[in-house]
Design a binder for this molecule. Structure first.
Ligand code: HEM
Length: 315
């Protein structure tokens, strides 16, 4: 393997066996500076000027501390800049720098009161126990559909106050938003695919608007109630901020955890020695195992921070 033969923009790279990818990253880390890649073809935008991949931990930490150089607010955390139409639904805190980012974090974090967190903890335990009970009753099944997709969806929907009969709609729309043009979820016709992604954003925003109106009238013990009724020091989310935060939470929370859980089962199946180690002392080893599964499977492969100089070159 040579550095020139590695292309992080090529989806085929990501389906290589893990030892090969690990060897590729070891090679990239050994280079004197960050490697540069051309941007992948995407249906949503013209390919941009390319990007540097920060493959060393220290470089990522350094970049995270310099928003004036590595901004989250320009473009988006995707490699290509998204069309401006997407901002309405997807222009949430993850695509902002301070002070706008800090303001949203402040309002949102106050909604997570200790009382609400304690309730969520109980809800999560109950939801997990139910998933396992159903699994025992149903027997062999598709783990992704019955466990990995179901658990985070149920937890996030409960947290928000979304009704059980709306779960399917939430799952379908979040899958479309994060499909990355996967023909399993969106049309191969590009214009059509953009419309489908915008439609999914609109459907989730409509769901939130209905829910927010109901909770403003009669609050319940859920996050949407806390967010619509919270008014701390005169600060409150606008309707658009609330909708895009809601979309970010359901999208970010579903896909990541679904992938981590699926990878977890696969890793423990492929490595019975590790499984035995974990089961031998579940109580004290579970936390480390979760960290290691997330590190190993990397459910989020990258976050892009457009660099102003590259943007300038493009213009
Ligand atoms: C294994 C699971 C997860 C992984 C690997 C993951 C990964 C990430 C990463 C890499 C970021 C970007 C951080 C940055 O910009 O510096 C992020 C941001 C975010 N994630 Fe997650 N995430 C996971 C689970 C979740 C869950 C379950 C939720 C919600 C219920 C969630 C909600 C968010 C939100 C709201 C942000 C934006 C935070 C901000 O901009 O301040 N994530 N996540």
């Amino acid at each position: 393997m040579t550095v020139a033969g590695i292309d992080l923009s090529n989806t085929e790279f990501w389906s290589l066996p893990l030892p090969e990818r690990a060897a590729a990253f070891a090679l990239l880390r050994a280079q004197p500076g960050p490697p540069f890649f051309a941007e992948p073809e995407t249906p949503f935008a013209e390919p941009g000027p390319g990007y540097y991949a920060l493959v060393r931990y220290a470089d990522v930490v350094e970049a995270s501390k310099q928003p004036e150089v590595f901004s989250s607010a320009k473009g988006a955390t995707s490699i290509p800049d998204l069309p401006v139409e997407f901002n309405e639904y997807f222009g949430s805190m993850i695509n902002m720098d301070d002070p706008r980012h800090a303001r949203l974090r402040r309002i949102v974090s106050r909604a997570f009161s200790p009382r609400l967190i304690a309730k969520f903890q109980e809800d999560v335990q109950r939801a997990a126990a139910k998933v396992v009970d159903d699994l025992l009753a149903a027997g062999p099944c598709d783990f992704v559909a019955s466990v990995a997709a179901r658990l985070p969806l149920k937890i996030i929907c409960d947290m928000m106050g979304i009704r059980d009969d709306q779960y399917e709609m939430v799952l379908a729309n979040t899958s479309i938003i994060l499909s990355g043009a996967d023909p399993e979820f969106v049309s191969e016709d590009l214009d059509q695919a953009v419309l489908q992604v915008l439609g999914a954003g609109q459907a989730l925003a409509d769901l939130l608007t209905g829910l927010a109106a109901a909770r403003a009238e009669s609050p319940a013990e859920d996050l949407v109630s806390a967010l619509v009724t919270a008014n701390i020091d005169g600060e409150q989310l606008t309707a658009a901020e609330l909708a895009s935060f809601f979309i970010l939470l359901v999208v970010a929370g579903n896909e990541t955890t679904r992938n981590a859980l699926s990878h977890g089962l696969m890793l423990l199946t492929e490595r019975p020695d590790q499984r035995a180690l974990l089961l031998a002392d579940l109580e004290s080893r579970l936390e480390g195992a979760v960290e290691e599964i997330v590190r190993y499977s990397s459910p989020v492969l990258f976050m892009a921070d457009p660099h102003p100089r590259l943007h300038h070159e493009r213009a």
